[in-house]
Ligand binder design. Structure first.
Ligand SMILES: [Zn+2]
Length: 508
């Protein structure tokens, strides 16, 4: 059996994440994103490829389920198009926060494209609502049986509120698709967290395939220093607030700093989207970091003490202020000078290597990255971790062989032969019985010899060599060969009276 991975988006690029994995006859679509940089057919994944070859009549027949990792448009932007325009009507899964926040993101983007940029409408507001109604919400670590054979499970990704890594399993074949993730905690989110799973394939994002980032604290200090310096000199600070999640992160940072430094300068929020989102952040506090959850008993950290809503008329108010502005306000002439600092919630290359080593899959596929950096990371994964690694381009398919697990029984004697001397003594002393599991302390490495017995309609069994005859209900026979000059076979009698055939090898 093989796993086939068709990369419909985010192949050697960042944008429109969409990977379709065929596993044990099931086809799972991970993410259904749009490319923000394209305004033609390249903005969406080439879904028609799923129907190529005439295997399925429509998308509902072609795909077992769609799983969305988080609310960013490059991961969910094409979903209303896929369900309402292309007509996919099967199950769609995402976490509760993603289900709550995604419609805000989708509608905000739709309005900007249609109302402000005069673009042709790809899907309507009603389409977004109809699409979201089909979504089945997921909880973390909840095992969902999509059908009799396919199961999925979500793990905390630490990228934005509700972001998840997805485990999918059919029979013995299992994979993890990470979406975007962060291996270090920030102010409002914990670090990515996943169980150690037996995997044939890991599909990981690789945005920072070659970058090891400096400490977050240094960046935060630089940010606070720059803001403080500007407002102390009577200036106004504009902070771009289009990145949902980052705005909340920086708000917590500033609110906290304002409190500590006892600053009275106003901080404003201008983006309606962020105001609405703040409400959800307050409600979905269980998905944030442990630190935030702990402080929640005293005060909800998203109830910002020093941040208030911005009215357009405030723009001419004298005196300093901090304003979380829409990108339009920043590029539209309000800003005189903007200091650049990266607060990207993606893992760096060390984080990717750490996660890959921890999960130890047989194969790795890199998506959501730039080609040269992916090539560099592939080399590292192959040479340092000894795993085969691929970074296919869009519309390419990678086929991965899977290992098939065979359930076999083992005799007690054989299990004892795998144990070290000390464990063997303990087991014998306590007369401990073990049903199927290898006792603790048994060697899981090194070589042990045994006989694999496979009989028709019985579970295969592994046993010690001297147990074989008894198991087969046979007596011991000895076949003895002696080199003779002339060829021929003669019957000889054994001391126990049993007859054996003595063959001649005709050696000279
Ligand atoms: Zn993202």
């Amino acid at each position: 059996m093989a796993i086939e991975c068709l990369v419909l988006g985010a192949g050697q690029e960042v944008g429109k994440s969409c990977v379709v994995v065929k596993i044990g006859g099931k086809r799972v679509m991970f993410d259904c994103g749009m490319h923000m940089g394209h305004h033609d057919s390249r903005r969406y994944p080439e879904f028609e490829r799923l129907l190529a070859g005439g295997g399925a009549a429509d998308y509902t027949a072609a795909i077992s389920c769609v799983v969305i990792t988080h609310f960013h448009l490059d991961h969910i932007g094409a979903l209303p198009y896929f369900t309402e325009v292309c007509g996919y009507d099967g199950p769609v899964y995402m976490t509760y926060p993603t289900k709550a926040l995604a419609p805000l993101m989708l509608e905000d983007y739709r309005k900007v494209m249609v109302n402000h940029r005069g673009e042709e409408e790809q899907y309507s507001y009603e389409d977004i609502l109809r699409c979201m109604k089909k979504v089945i919400p997921l909880d973390l670590k909840q095992t969902i049986q999509v059908d009799k054979n396919l199961l999925i499970r979500a793990y905390y990704a630490g990228h934005v509120l509700g972001a998840a890594m997805i485990y999918a399993k059919v029979g013995d074949a299992a994979i993890v698709y990470t979406g975007d993730y962060n291996m270090t905690p920030d102010r409002h989110l914990g670090a990515a967290h996943i169980d150690r799973l037996k995997l044939d394939l890991l599909i990981t994002e690789s945005t920072y395939a070659k970058t090891v980032r400096d400490s977050k604290h240094a960046r935060e200090r630089e940010f606070l220093k720059a803001v403080h310096k500007c407002v102390s000199g009577g200036g106004k600070v504009l902070i771009p607030a289009f990145a949902l999640g980052r705005a909340q992160e920086l708000c917590i940072l500033l609110d906290d700093y304002w409190e500590r430094m006892n600053l009275k300068i106003p901080i404003y929020f201008s983006a309606g989207l962020t105001v609405q989102a703040n409400m959800y952040y307050k409600m979905l506090i269980g998905w944030t970091s442990q630190k935030i959850k702990n402080s929640y008993t005293v005060h909800n950290p998203f109830d910002f003490k020093h941040v208030c809503h911005f009215e357009r008329s405030f723009i001419n108010n004298p005196g300093p202020c901090v304003l979380f502005a829409t990108p339009g306000m920043i590029s539209g002439g309000f800003s005189l000078e903007i200091h650049q600092l990266s607060f990207s919630p993606h893992t760096d290359s060390k984080g990717i290597m750490d996660l890959t080593e921890f999960l130890s899959p047989s194969h790795v596929i890199l998506v959501h990255g730039e080609k040269p950096q992916m090539a560099f990371l592939k080399e590292r994964i192959e040479s340092e971790l000894g795993m085969q690694c691929y970074y296919p381009a869009n519309n390419e398919t990678v086929s991965i062989p899977t290992t098939q697990n065979l359930k076999i029984n083992a005799t007690e004697k054989f299990i004892m032969s795998c144990c070290t001397g000390e464990t063997k003594n303990n087991l014998q002393k306590h007369g401990r019985a073990f049903g199927g599991n290898i006792p603790e302390g048994c060697s899981t490495e090194g070589e042990v010899e045994g006989i694999l017995l496979m009989e028709k309609s019985k579970i295969p069994k592994i046993l010690c060599e001297d147990e074989l005859l008894h198991s087969l209900g046979m007596e011991k026979h000895l076949v003895h060969f002696e080199p003779l000059h002339s060829s021929g076979i003669e019957e000889v009698k054994h001391t126990d009276g049993s007859a054996v055939q003595q063959g001649s090898l005709g050696c000279e």
